[in-house]
Design a protein around this ligand. Sequence first.
Ligand code: URA
Length: 205
Amino acid sequence: ARLPEANPYWQGPADELPAAINSCTRCPLYSPATQAVPGEGPTDADLMIVGEQPGDQEDLVGRPFVGPAGQLFDQLAAETGLPREAAYVTNAVKHFKFMPRGRKRLHQRPNGSEIRHCQVWLRAELDLVQPKLILALGATAVEALLGSGKDILQRRGTIEHRTDGTPVLITLHPSYLLRVPDPHLRAQATEDLRADLRVAADWLV
Ligand code: URA
């Protein structure tokens, strides 16, 4: 079947946005997922945090960043004085993409088409919140927000701008920290993410 046009503009009322996201069938990811996971947090937040997509636990609970990556993020945010509850927290892609393996569901990265089909929702959330700063966690968020997610390790810690001028602070995804096998690299990546969270925290004061 032909997929709908990649990026039309959603113009419903703000309080209907979560339900609209939940009934999305624009790409095939909705079908095996339990539910969509819309963003959460104050809609007048100065800071919007964008991750990749819901993980296994987020898919079951219906809230962003509640699983292992979310717990690590919360810990680092607390250490660096970044109040998560003051931010609007969302994902570039709203459904969990996975491969069944026995009783497990193994995370798979969303592809460019899935990211583009989901942009209508990210765009609607951006229009609603109009953040002063966006914190992009990892390559998928950076691709969705800035067009390319390449060279993330070189670009992290820098601010790039969306075409409307909104600044995007590029940083690492917390699940990257959970995957790096080398302890020294992991410590360095953790310190890098901490440094970026401090920069984001400074925007809030
Ligand atoms: N990883 C993400 O990018 N987002 C979540 O909500 C959970 C894990």
